[in-house]
Design a protein around this ligand. Structure first.
Ligand code: DMJ
Length: 639
């Protein structure tokens, strides 16, 4: 109205009825514009708004919030929250993603999806198929475009899945030599010892403190308990520790509580809890593991409500509020954290029938594909608000590591159909080879870190997984590349072995350097510790399976002996503070990944290749096996 009064020659509102024709026309035009604006605004209101529910049918609001692509749903989320200071939980208003309505809708969807996932899919392969969407109802397949034809059903049939495996899960074990068997049995005994002590002194806590004989809870899992139980489940199963597996399962059924309220690492909850539960479900077919995984997966979704859909690192599992780690540059998200969700999230979609999980991780990939990479490299810190890099630190060790691992494993898990992931991996590895791979004066190959163009000649223990990863990826390359990558994988694994061989305990330090005359040894006091990490034996396991060079079994056995000598204490296994002394002090912590990864990879090193065969299974970054999957998620979520 103020505008009307200001128009030249235009009388005030009461006189509007006496307007001349052109003026009336102008007035009507303005009115219709105003109406259009008002109705348009309805679509931008939060889902919980009463006005929106009054004017729009329920179906539209539900799908807008929970089934839309991560980018679109997150773009409409509160932008003020997105400029929160790192690590400070949103203080005032309840964030939109934590509104009680959204989880309820998702729960409804999952319940419906779970019902629909029950019976075997009747649709013949290649036939026109449907994807569930919105409120969990099967959407009519509109517009029979070729992409639509390839849409996956998201209908999971456990029996059919088991029939599709190319090898028996726990292997056939025909005529093996007695020494290999004895070594495997020794590792099984170590697992039993680690589990029995955890069960006796710390069952239900996250880790065992083997010196003080009590439990540790910590603050990584947002109030969730039993990290060691969940991490140990599939290892107990694979090692045929039946009684112990039943003990662990009973704890999950009776005591594993997901209604917790605390700050959790999205990454850690995903790789340990979701990964562990999914793997155990696929191995055993026991519903309890599937339903817990899906329920927990749902609790992670609010972390993705950012302007880019790149999730924040920390989430309160009760309220759904999320924020960035205080130590991460300028409120950024960490490459190795948001880049290590893909495998588990695709399986959550597969088992729930709900594409929302797949959409979230596909969107992460889209953002990463769009952003410019300095010299083809992926820096470790990305802003979830702008989608730009925050700092140019590149590392194949901590902060970057499992992002690369999940690219190549996405390709493998898709039965080599996810060519986009393969290309991203190939391009990233090419840049790493060009800029970060170096040879020391003593002839050891290593992968340096990169800080804005300046090399830091250091490798973390975490980076030692890369030998195995590069060997795995070599498989899909052309002949010249394949050989080059197999050589690189073997050289890096050799360097990591050297970092163990050059220590007094024969266990490797947290980081080792190639500067100031140092070769594969820690030069700082703060880098001399070993916390039962798996990465070096992980590479031995892959290199053994892919080359059958006996040295990898020998090296693995050296680790077993060193663990027994320096890390085994009266009530479990403990990390040590200094690998360069034969009388090390213990850190009083039996990490859950020791049971999930270190002991599992050592055991597999002394198994036949068909036990958890690489033809059927892909290990997540916590060594939880997830099966190769044939669903075309990309086609499905693009609809
Ligand atoms: C594990 O939790 C996982 O392997 C992760 O990817 C990196 N760190 C630990 C073990 O060192």
């Amino acid at each position: 109205m103020v505008v009307l009064r200001k128009l030249p020659g235009m009388p005030g509102w009461p006189a509007a009825l006496g307007l001349r024709l052109p003026q009336k026309f102008l007035f009507l035009l303005f009115l219709s514009g105003l109406l259009t604006l008002c109705f348009g605004a309805l679509f931008l209101l939060p889902d919980s708004s009463r006005f929106k529910r009054l004017f729009l049918p329920r179906r539209a609001t539900a799908s807008a919030s929970s089934s839309s692509s991560a980018s679109s749903s997150s773009a409409s989320s509160s932008s003020t929250r997105d400029t929160d200071l790192p690590r400070s939980p949103p203080a005032a208003a309840e964030p939109r993603h934590a509104s009680p309505a959204a989880p309820r809708r998702l729960r409804e969807k999952l319940r419906t999806a779970a019902r629909m996932a029950g019976p075997p899919a009747r649709t013949a392969p290649g036939a026109r198929q449907q994807v569930q969407g919105g409120e969990g109802r099967a959407e009519p397949a509109t517009g029979a475009t070729p992409a639509r034809e390839t849409r996956a059903p998201f209908r999971f049939d456990y029996e059919r899945f088991r029939r599709s495996l190319r090898h028996p899960v726990r292997g056939g074990r025909p005529g093996e030599d007695p020494e290999t068997r004895a070594r495997r049995m020794k590792i099984k005994e170590m697992m039993k010892f680690a589990w029995d002590n955890y069960k006796q002194y710390a069952l239900g806590k996250n880790e065992l403190r083997p010196l003080t004989k009590n439990g540790h809870i910590g603050n990584m899992f947002g109030g969730l308990r039993g990290a060691t139980v969940i991490d140990a489940l599939d290892t107990l199963y694979i090692m045929e520790l039946e009684e112990e597996f039943q003990e662990a399962k009973k704890w999950v059924e009776k005591s594993f509580d997901l209604n917790v309220n605390g700050e959790a690492s999205l990454f850690e909850v995903n790789i340990r809890y979701i990964g562990g539960l999914l793997a155990t479900y696929y191995l055993t077919g026991e519903e309890v593991f599937k339903s817990k995984a899906l329920e927990l997966g749902e609790k992670l979704l609010p972390a993705f409500n950012t302007p880019t859909g790149i999730p924040r690192g920390v989430i309160n599992l009760g309220s759904g509020m999320s924020w960035s780690w205080g130590w991460a540059s300028a409120g950024s998200s960490i490459l190795a954290e948001f880049g290590t969700l893909h495998l588990e999230f695709l399986h959550l979609s597969e088992l729930s029938g709900n594409p929302v999980f797949a959409e979230k991780v596909m969107n992460i990939r889209r953002v990463l594909n769009r952003v410019e990479k300095p010299q083809g490299l992926y820096p470790n810190f990305l802003s979830p608000v702008t989608g730009n890099w925050v700092q140019h630190h590149v590392s194949i060790g901590g902060l970057g590591d499992s992002f690369y691992e999940y690219l190549i494993k996405s390709w493998l898990m898709s039965d080599k159909k996810d060519l986009e992931a393969k290309k991203m991996y190939d391009d990233a590895l090419e840049a790493i080879e060009k800029h970060l791979v170096k040879k020391s004066a003593g002839g050891l190959t290593y992968i340096a870190e990169w800080r804005g163009g300046i090399l830091d000649h250091k490798m973390g223990h975490l980076a030692c997984f890369s030998g195995g990863m590069i060997a795995l990826g070599a498989e899909g390359a052309g002949e010249e590349r394949r050989q080059r990558h197999m050589d690189l994988a073997a050289e890096i694994t050799n360097t990591c072995h050297e970092s163990y061989a050059r220590s007094d305990t024969k266990l490797g330090p947290e980081a080792f350097r190639f500067d100031a005359g140092s070769e594969a040894m820690a030069t700082r006091l703060s880098e001399r510790y070993y916390i039962l990490r798996p990465e070096v034996v992980e590479s031995y396991m892959y290199l053994w399976r892919l080359t059958h060079d006996p040295k990898y079994r020998q090296w693995g056995w050296e680790v077993v002996k060193a663990l027994e000598k320096h890390c085994r204490v009266e009530a479990g296994f403990s990390g040590i503070r200094d690998v360069y002394t034969t009388t090390p002090t213990h850190d009083n912590m039996q990490q859950s990944f020791f049971l999930a990864e270190t002991l599992k990879y050592l055991y597999l090193l002394f198994c036949e290749d068909d036990v958890l065969s690489l033809d059927d299974w892909v290990f997540n970054t916590e060594a939880h096996p997830l099966p190769v999957n044939h669903t075309n998620f990309k086609a499905a979520v693009q609809q």
